[in-house]
Ligand binder design. Sequence first.
Ligand code: GLN
Length: 484
Amino acid sequence: MINASIKQLSAALAARTISSVELTQLYLDRIARLNPKLNAYLTVQPEVSLAQARVADARLAAGNAEALTGIPIAQKDIFCAKDWLTTCGSKMLHNFVSPYDAHVIARFNDAGAVNLGKTNMDEFAMGSSNETSHYGPVKNPWDQARVPGGSSGGSACAIAARLCAAATGTDTGGSIRQPAALCGISGLKPTYGVVSRYGMIAFASSLDQAGPMGRSAEDLALLLNTMAGFDERDSTSLQREKEDYARDLAKPLNGLRIGLPKEFFAEGLGGDVAQAVEAAIAEYRKLGATVVGISLPNSKLSVPVYYVLAPAEASSNLSRFDGVRYGYRAPEYTDLADMYEKSRAQGFGAEVKRRIMIGTYVLSHGYYDAYYLQAQKIRRLIAQDFTEAFRHCDVIMGPTAPSTAFKLGEKGDDPVQMYLSDIYTIAVNLAGLPGMSIPCGFGANNMPVGLQIIGNYFGEARMLNAAHQYQLATDWHSRAPQGI
Ligand code: GLN
């Protein structure tokens, strides 16, 4: 059961070979056994999950189940969930029990899915290794001395270690795709605006986007069907006709044009990763795709541009955490200003403070034009590169990350090295495009490698089709870490 796809689980639930309560208990037992080592979950509430499972079982018995009814799903701790502790990986929210559901959570609840627990993450989603979490790092289930990637590392770990059927993540600069790659699972960041950000704790609002993480492209399609859709409570939520993201899964790939950006295969890419990605491209040729060389000349500027814009937005978004209405408040202070200062000094970790300082600096009078405005202009050029590229291809492929999972602590004191983990993913967020990562082999130290697939705006169904056909022809996505 723990290796079954959502579709198989759904069929088993419908046929009553297993109940949602049994399935939920199975995962809860695994969490109790393995989570003390892996640290993938921050909060589980077995009684709450089992109560949801009982409701799902009643719905299954009544014959009005949907694709996700009774399926246990882990939620990144960035999503506010009513009556659940919602920490965002920060001490600042160590005691915050949300009084309401995020849009994404409400959609899963309406579908009858079971909330299995809240997953660990980098503090306020700032990081690429899960090491900035106030609650300790997550371990990579393929090698517990290594990081799972970040910031959605808890979700990626939970899926790889079979501690849930699927999970949610959020991706501001790569936080779904990079941990998916490092943990050997599949993950998709949709086109900006496809999934509502309501109730998702804000990091950099013009880049943040929630998406599904799971063991296969087919699972992702089912999850996205539930997550996507207009929500008037998010002003950037797009009003579009409802799509079935699974509609193209079975299409053959004959004639698919794959663009390979030369900048993604240049200096900085690990040889082992390059080899696995090239083998995947060869497989795509066998499946009938053609390959064209493309160029994204401004993509090399995406990391510096991101580290101006994302901190700028973060510094503004995080100003709400002041110790007044909710969250951490310093135990001792002299007056109001001192309370703000001490609460923020004690409540935020080092990486978050670094971002707030960069953000307020680039937005300050005298530096705004030189940094913030300039970065906005280059952001446009980066997006235009993709528009030009998509005149010649249907999807773009390349590596998700430059290397496989690195050791815990390896990049801790070098933020720039850490920032480069997202060198292939960040441009996609800056352009607002959809991107995904699927497992495509193993590299150094037998750690998983991810293939990145980038689509044009609203190209999710096409990307999922390309990923699914590859997964029918290969079995990388069904490999599991040993001893798990
Ligand atoms: N690693 C990037 C950062 O630290 C991206 C994080 C994310 O996508 N949330 O900002």
